[in-house]
Ligand binder design. Structure first.
Ligand code: ADP
Length: 360
């Protein structure tokens, strides 16, 4: 019967999710190599099985020239959006069972973070990124389960720029929210000031994302400049009510496109650039600090040290599950950032969140 189908599906999901629980997973994605100069070679020497990637620095000689990094998975330049999603899906689906999940895109500007999370073009389903695929999938699953569990889904979209949170779900160019909170079971406690909008289908989400993208552009002199220096967070809140028992569950999914991780040369950056760079460094290192405090089962987890970690507090640590997509650009001139990105990622990957206590 369909009831047994749902139970079986739940059991499979449960098993898939068990090995993800409490640990932080790191997937490395390599941007396609474009051979901009004919004598250029990719800095990716090879991608092995079991999540290994060998990087070659052609400015160096001998054994110093090559360095191997290991992650949960490595995706080469010809990996499709669909293939990326297949390995993300179990995590996404676990949100409907009441888990909190956080998915990050990390990497230098231009390495493919937005491509992974959103895709190049909202109107082309084939190249949709994780965001749209996740929402479509969640709606399909709520539909399958609706005889047993009634779900309510709400989204928030914010931008964090220079430690300021900006609500992206407002009526174009104004501060008027698109809120529904008052007649809803949902709540978005970590960012109570940002609009929380109820959504019923994938099209609702697409409409909201268009509004969010337009709002992101408002007030920014150059969108690309600004969007690479701010974090964008799309949060999906889920409430489920079991039809028979009446018991409630809640889950939450954060999809985070982080600011570019590139180091800004302190001697060159001044004014706004320097301020932005300092805020980005501060929040990315605060994220690293929270993750290592969780790993050490520290009683104090420094969530308060940045807006980003405050917003994500309930989805880092405890039983929450975290996935970081780490992006690298294989062009020779990016080698410095590639190495430092992979070092950061390897530090994150080696951390087991295990039985870490969340201090909320
Ligand atoms: P970021 O968000 O890290 O700044 P983008 O996602 O904007 O980088 O990617 C920079 C450029 O490279 C964009 O034009 C994007 O379409 C392209 N790109 C990135 N990753 C891929 C990919 N896997 N396949 C095809 N094009 C990609």
């Amino acid at each position: 019967s369909s009831y047994h189908k749902v139970l079986e599906e739940n059991r499979q999901l449960y098993n898939q999710v068990q090995d993800l629980k409490g640990a932080i997973r790191v997937y490395c994605r390599v941007k396609p190599f474009l051979h901009e100069q004919s004598d250029d070679h990719s800095t990716v020497d090879y991608i092995g099985e079991n999540g290994n990637i060998m990087i070659v620095n052609r400015h160096k000689q001998g054994k110093d020239a090559r360095k191997m990094f290991s992650f949960n998975k490595v995706f080469g330049g010809n990996t499709t959006q669909e293939q990326i999603y297949v390995d993300t899906q179990p995590l996404i689906r676990s949100v409907l069972d009441g888990y909190n999940v956080c998915i990050f895109a990390y990497g230098q500007t231009g390495s493919g973070k937005t491509y992974t999370m959103s895709g190049p073009d909202i109107t082309t389903k084939e190249t949709w990124g994780v965001n749209y695929r996740a929402l479509r999938d969640l709606f399909q699953l709520t539909e399958t389960r609706k005889a047993f569990i009634k779900y309510e889904v709400g989204v928030q979209m914010i931008e964090i720029y220079n430690e300021q949170v900006r609500d992206l779900l407002v009526i174009d160019g104004s501060n008027r929210r698109l809120d529904i909170r008052n007649n809803s079971q949902l709540n978005g406690l970590n960012v109570p000031d940002a609009s929380l909008v109820s959504v019923k289908c994938t099209q609702d989400v697409l409409d909201l994302m268009k509004i969010g993208q337009r709002n992101r552009a408002v007030g920014a002199t150059a969108l690309n400049e600004r969007s690479s220096r701010s974090h964008s967070v799309l949060t999906v809140h889920i409430r489920g009510k079991e039809v028979v028992s009446g018991s409630m569950l809640k889950g939450c999914l954060h999809l985070v496109d982080l600011a570019g991780s590139e180091r800004v040369d302190k001697s060159e950056a001044t004014g706004d650039r320097l301020k932005e760079a300092q805020h980005i460094n501060k929040s990315l290192s605060a994220l690293g600090d929270v993750i290592s405090a969780l790993a050490q089962k520290s009683t104090h987890i420094p969530y308060r040290n940045s807006k980003l970690t405050q917003v994500l507090q309930d989805s880092l640590g405890g039983h929450a599950k975290t996935l970081m997509f780490v992006h690298i650009n294989p062009e020779t001139n990016a080698i410095g950032e590639t190495i430092s990105t992979l070092k950061f990622a390897e530090r994150v990957a080696s951390i087991e969140l295990g039985a870490a206590k969340s201090n909320k």
